[in-house]
Design a protein around this ligand. Structure first.
Ligand SMILES: *Cc1c(COP(=O)(O)O)cnc(C)c1O
Length: 383
């Protein structure tokens, strides 16, 4: 038996790299010529497998990758990835040597952090590339840009950019509500433009200004600036929690599948699963799926979601356990142990996010490492 065959005996995630390529092409088509594209591969590429996804992205002509922490960038470098990599999270200054050794571009959101990186780099005679983060309304990291009295903030940012051992390549910010209040988003854009201008007035210019993530790119062409940051859209979804029309053609990349472990006939009145939360209303046939919340199939979906078996929707019955759950296949003839079930895909993902009171970002990024990723490229499956 091959490892690929073994991987597909229980629960696995199929990752369609051809769909990923199509999404990149379609998204790049939304950007004006000359506008760069950054692909966000944090959280193991939203659960899709960071190394394989980054390799594919490198062949698709994206200009930069982004990760959440320095060691993720190191993993990419050790696997031969050559693209520029931006670390979006602020990092401990003790990691400075990794930044120059592995050519990691680091986000810096305050002067204290920048000073520490500068000291480390200049003492070693090295340079760290940075993107300066400005907080225009997210309230997370970055130099907070106030409505008034911003001159002192601009001075601090200019000081950061002139520190020895640092090369300030970019200025960036992040929308807090790109899928909601347009007024707030426009205020953030205005603050970003003001910050960039104030820095220019102080003689500091940036090669790359960027503010728009997926929904910002889709909804606000005027926010593309020098680079769009593609996250969720890369993986095929134009919204994390609602049905929307997308200006780009997107195809979901991940399909979570499982092979039915057992098919059981149980009588009317039987209680199913922990807590007996489901009681059969008729004599039923249940498929036992070898997938649980420890695979990343949320327990919140207990009794509230369906899966596809033989291409028919089958409701989840009872609570999702750590490693298994049950689905009702009474109305689907001929279901056998060993048949494939589709647990999450383009048809089910949004429904699952809503039923689980979460967002697609969380569903994708919580598919656990124990679920093998099976990559599909040019129709071929491989590990
Ligand atoms: C996660 C993240 C992104 C990507 O977000 P999506 O909504 O998935 O596009 C972009 N920029 C920053 C700073 C992020 O943290």
């Amino acid at each position: 038996m091959t490892n690929l065959e073994i991987a597909m005996t229980r629960t696995w995630a199929e990752i369609d790299l051809d769909a990923l390529e199509g999404n990149v092409r379609s998204l790049k088509g939304l950007l004006k010529p000359g506008v760069k594209s950054l692909a966000v591969v944090k959280a193991d590429a939203y659960g899709h497998g960071i190394v394989e996804v980054a390799r594919k992205l490198e062949t698709c002509g994206v200009d930069m990758l982004a990760v959440a922490y320095v060691m993720a960038a190191v993993t990419l470098r050790k696997n031969g990835i050559k693209l520029p990599i931006l670390c979006l999270g602020q990092s401990a200054p003790s990691l400075a040597p990794l930044m120059w050794e592995y050519d990691v571009t680091q986000a810096v959101g305050d002067l204290e952090n920048g000073l520490a990186l500068s000291r480390a780099a200049s003492a070693a005679g090295r340079t760290i590339k940075i993107h300066v983060k400005v907080d225009t309304g997210m309230g997370r990291i970055g130099f907070y840009w106030p409505e008034s009295g911003w001159e002192a903030v601009a001075d601090e940012m200019a000081t950061l950019c002139r520190l020895p051992g640092l090369e300030a390549e970019g200025l960036f910010s992040h929308f807090a509500n790109a899928d909601g209040d347009p007024e707030y988003t426009r205020m953030q854009m205005a603050k970003f433009a003001a910050a960039r201008q104030a820095l220019a007035d102080r003689g500091v210019t940036f090669r790359l200004g960027h503010i728009a993530a997926s929904l910002g790119v889709l909804r606000y062409p005027e926010a593309h600036l020098d680079m769009g940051r593609f996250g969720l859209v890369l993986y095929g979804y134009a919204s994390s929690d609602e049905e929307v029309e997308s200006p780009a053609e997107l195809k979901p990349v991940m399909t979570l599948k499982a092979r039915i472990a057992a098919v059981r006939e149980l009588p009317k009145g039987a209680k199913i699963g922990y807590g007996g939360t489901a009681v059969l209303k008729r004599d039923s046939v249940l498929a036992v799926l070898p997938t649980g919340y420890a695979d990343g199939y949320p327990r919140a979906l207990s009794n509230r979601m369906s899966v596809y078996i033989h291409d028919r929707l089958c409701p989840v019955v009872g609570r999702v356990c750590m490693d298994m759950f049950m689905a009702d296949v009474t109305d689907v003839p001929g279901v056998r142990a060993g048949d494939e079930a589709v647990l999450l895909d383009g048809r089910l993902m949004l429904k699952a996010a809503l039923a689980g009171h979460t967002i697609i970002h969380e569903l994708l990024s919580c598919i656990m490492p124990r679920v093998p990723r099976v990559f599909i490229e040019k129709g071929e499956k491989r590990l």
